[in-house]
Design a binder for this molecule. Structure first.
Ligand code: 5AD
Length: 350
């Protein structure tokens, strides 16, 4: 084993902090032996904080209408073949109803940047969910909004907000997004969310087009410095109706390696084994949990719209991905030594 590599790994394990160059070295020199070491240490840390529990979130995909045109995304505005839909308040509440009886205590409302969802409309929905289910957390994942808007939604009762930073490198960001979108705005949004008091989640795709090891190292440094409560990472998976159709998918092993590293950077972080990870490889989410992830977000959207929320091709929508199959998911977690719990699943701060 490369002595330098081991030294850097030990530094990460004991301090949770490396320089960008050291992160880069750790990624570039990845081998099965070092991956195993980091995985074991990551699991040890997650068990100290969360035991063998796995938190679940009911994911409600409220709209696939989006004003943005992110080059990687299947629901980008310019995809004319996307069959658009938007859920009504009643439909969203009935998803929550079903989710609550299935044991979900967090509802994630995710959607494209759909201008229909004004502050007024969202405030009303968030308030209604919180009134009906005061013991549940509401997470929003609705893209970039003004600080005032984030504040209003927070005041209405929203607890958490997910907004992936996508890449912590400005130049790389510009290769993944149209000119209208900016890295600075994205970072500003994340800062606002945190300042307002949301449990805030960032995240990125592994193996996105033009991504370099240095980009990934910057992502890790960003996570270390921003210290988000949540972080969603998953492999990039191409969608045929995007310019990135011919790029290859991100690597599952690298994604799992990064999950372990992120757990070591911040032992308390809420870290999902994502749908993309499960889509890229059968058993991918179990692998993610075994590498230090502690959250799973099954799909709670109405069955009739699931196929339409296609961020990437072949996105899992049935089997253990489906909230209705929670018993199967519980069993598959049990088989690897973990237990799904009925809990809001807030971050355990030190
Ligand atoms: N492959 C993997 N993940 C994707 N996302 C969007 N498009 C893709 C894709 N083609 C991710 C983005 C976004 C989140 C909702 O889904 O990181 O923030």
């Amino acid at each position: 084993m490369n002595e330098n590599l081991l030294k850097i790994a030990e530094k990460l394990i004991s301090t949770g902090s490396l320089s960008t160059t050291e992160y880069e070295f750790l990624i570039d020199n990845r081998n099965t032996e070092i991956a195993e070491i980091l995985k074991n240490e990551a699991v040890k840390k997650r068990k100290e904080v969360y035991g063998n529990t796995v938190f679940i979130r009911g994911l409600i995909e409220i709209s696939n209408i989006c004003k943005n045109d992110c080059l990687y995304c299947g629901i980008r505005a310019s995809n004319k073949s996307c069959d658009r839909y938007r859920l009504t308040k009643e439909e969203i509440l009935s998803c929550c109803d079903e989710g609550y009886s299935l044991g979900f205590r967090t509802f994630v409302m995710q959607g494209g940047e759909d201008l229909h969802f004004t502050d007024e409309i969202l405030v009303d929905i968030v308030k209604s969910i919180k009134e009906k289910y005061p013991d549940c957390a509401v997470t929003l994942s609705l893209g970039e909004r003004s600080r005032e808007s984030y504040q209003k939604l927070y005041d209405a009762g929203a607890d958490r907000y997910l907004l992936r930073h996508e890449t912590a490198d400005e130049e790389h960001y510009s290769k993944l997004h149209p000119n209208k979108m900016s890295y600075k705005t994205r970072m500003e949004c994340l800062k606002n969310l945190k300042e307002i008091g949301y449990q805030t989640g960032c995240g990125f795709m592994v193996g996105s087009p033009y991504q370099t090891t240095e980009n990934l190292a910057k992502d890790l440094k960003f996570i270390e410095e921003f210290s988000p409560e949540m972080c969603g990472i998953g492999p990039f998976i191409p969608h045929v109706a995007t310019e990135f159709r011919d790029f290859s998918s991100g690597d599952v092993e690298l994604t799992c390696y990064l999950l372990s590293i992120i757990r070591l950077i911040k032992p308390t972080i809420l870290l999902p084994a994502t749908t993309a990870l499960g889509t890229a490889e059968q058993g991918g989410r179990e692998k993610g949990i075994l590498c230090g992830a502690n959250v799973i977000m099954p799909n709670l959207s109405p069955h009739s719209v699931r196929k339409k929320y296609e961020l990437y091709n072949n996105k899992l929508i049935s089997g253990n991905e489906s909230a209705q199959e929670i018993e199967n998911l519980k069993n598959s977690m049990k088989n690897i030594g973990y237990e799904i719990v009925t809990d809001r699943g807030d971050i355990k701060e030190n």
